[in-house]
Unconditional design. Structure first.
Length: 394
C-alpha cells in the first residue's frame, strides 16, 4: 500500500525540510521526498503530520534485551515479539542482538538458534543480525562479564562462529592486546564483519596501531577501556585522537558525564558517534534483580549494577539517549537523530537499506511530537506502532 506523509518537518541526514513530504511506494520503499506536496500526487493512504516531525527509525547496534527478554537465553520469535513491539513504540525500528560471550558450546548453540529464529517474519522492530561482545575480551576490563568465559581468539573458533551465524554476525568486539587479536580483526574485515575495539586495557600506542589496522569501530567508548591520563593517554586518548573509527556512546548520563560527551564531540565530530543503549533484560521493566551473562544485576533508579557496584549495561531506550543529546548536550535534533540512525547504519554496512530518509531506502520511519515522543512508527512502510491505537486498546 502506497503512503503519502506530509505537512510537517522531515529530518534527512543533511537538512531538515520544514514543510515536506515523503512518498512510500507499495513495496515499502521511499520513492519521493520534497518540499510541499505537489498537486495531484495520490496514494492509497495519506498521513498528515500536523506540524510534527518525521525522523528515520532508530537503529540500536548494541542491545542485550529488554521487557524481560534476555538474548543469552531467549531466541524464540514468540518470546522476543513483545520486545520488538516495545522497541517500535520507543522509536527503534531495527537492532542487533548482542551476546555476552558464554562458554563455547553454549555460544555455538545460541548462534544457531538465533540464526534460525530470524528466518521467521516478525512484527515491530526488526533484527539485522548479531553483535558478539566477546568472548575475546580483557580480564582487566571485563565489566559485567563472567571471567571464566573470556580468552584470546583462535581463528578456527572465530570461523566456526561466523559459519554458525549464517551471515547474521555483523560485529565482534575484541581486545587488541590478546594473542591473535590483530589476525582475527583482519579475518573479520575480509568476511565483512566489523572488528570492534573494546573491553580492553590496551596502551595508547597499541590502540593507535589497532585503529591504523583493521579495528574500525569502538564498543561503548569511555567504558571498559584504559582511561585517559595526562602521562598515559590510554585507549580513551587514542579514540579522541583517531581519524577514522566510529565510536559507540551510551548517552544515559549514567555511563558517561555530559561534559565527557562534549569532549568526544569536539574531538571526533558528530558523524563518527554512534548512540547505543547496551540495554539488558530489565529495560522497560520495574526495578528488581535480573540476570545478565549468568550474574545477578540489581536495577534501581534507572541504573543497572552488579552486587559489587560494577555497571552492567543499561535500562535506557535509544530515544532517551537522543533526547538527552538534544536537551542536555545541546546538539540539534537532526544531529542527534543521525547518531542513532545513519551513523550506526554506516558503521554496520546497512546504510544502503536503512538509517535515513532518502530515496530507495526502506520506509523505517517515526513521527515525533513537539516533546520528542513517538506518535507513530513504520517499518518497511507498514505501521507497527500508533499512540492513538495503543491508547484506545489500553
Amino acid at each position: 500500500m502506497s503512503v503519502i506523509i506530509h505537512h510537517g518537518s522531515i529530518v534527512t541526514p543533511n537538512k531538515t525540510i520544514k514543510d515536506g513530504y515523503v512518498f512510500v511506494n507499495d513495496a515499502g520503499i521511499i520513492s519521493q521526498i520534497g518540499e510541499r506536496l505537489p498537486v495531484g500526487v495520490q496514494a492509497s493512504q495519506t498521513i498528515d503530520l500536523q506540524g510534527n516531525t518525521l525522523i528515520p527509525g532508530l537503529l540500536d547496534i548494541h542491545l542485550h534485551g529488554g521487557c524481560g527478554v534476555n538474548f543469552e537465553k531467549d531466541y524464540q520469535p514468540e518470546v522476543i515479539a513483545p520486545l520488538n513491539n516495545h522497541l517500535a513504540a520507543q522509536a527503534t525500528t531495527a537492532y542487533l542482538r548482542t551476546f555476552c560471550a558464554a562458554a563455547k558450546p553454549e555460544l555455538e548453540a545460541l548462534l544457531l538458534a538465533h540464526a534460525e529464529s530470524l528466518k521467521v517474519e516478525s512484527s515491530g522492530a526488526r533484527c539485522f543480525g548479531f553483535h558478539l561482545e566477546g568472548p575475546f575480551l580483557s580480564q582487566q576490563k571485563r565489566g559485567a562479564f563472567n571471567p571464566e568465559w573470556l580468552h584470546a581468539p583462535e581463528l578456527s573458533e572465530v570461523r566456526e562462529y561466523i559459519a554458525l551465524g549464517q551471515g547474521y554476525i555483523r560485529q565482534v568486539t575484541l581486545a587488541p592486546e590478546l594473542d591473535n587479536a590483530f589476525e582475527t580483526a583482519a579475518y573479520l574485515n575480509q568476511v565483512g564483519v566489523v572488528a570492534a575495539f573494546g573491553h580492553t586495557n590496551a596502551s595508547f600506542e597499541l590502540a593507535i596501531e589497532a585503529f591504523n589496522g583493521n579495528f574500525r569501530h569502538v564498543t561503548h567508548v569511555f567504558n571498559a577501556m584504559s582511561s585517559f591520563n595526562h602521562r598515559n593517554p590510554g585507549a580513551v586518548g587514542a579514540v579522541l585522537l583517531s581519524k577514522m573509527v566510529t565510536a559507540e556512546l551510551i548517552a544515559d548520563f549514567v555511563h558517561v558525564h555530559p561534559q565527557a560527551i562534549q569532549l568526544l564531540i569536539n574531538s571526533i565530530g558528530l558523524q563518527r558517534i554512534v548512540l547505543i543503549t547496551d540495554a539488558m533484560a530489565a529495560a522497560g521493566m520495574q526495578d528488581g534483580v535480573y540476570d545478565l551473562a549468568g550474574q545477578s544485576v540489581h536495577v534501581c533508579n534507572h541504573t543497572a549494577r552488579l552486587e559489587d557496584g560494577t555497571l552492567a549495561g543499561s535500562v535506557a531506550t535509544l530515544l532517551e539517549c537522543v533526547q538527552n543529546m538534544v536537551c542536555k548536550v545541546g546538539v540539534s535534533l537532526r544531529e542527534a537523530v543521525n547518531m542513532a540512525s545513519i551513523n550506526p547504519a554506516r558503521a554496520m554496512h546497512l546504510a544502503h537499506i536503512t538509517g535515513s530518509i532518502e530515496v530507495n531506502k526502506s520506509a523505517d520511519l517515526v513521527i515525533l511530537d513537539q516533546d520528542l515522543s513517538p506518535v507513530q512508527t513504520m517499518v518497511k512502510g507498514k505501521v507497527v506502532y500508533s499512540r492513538e491505537s495503543n491508547a484506545l486498546n489500553s
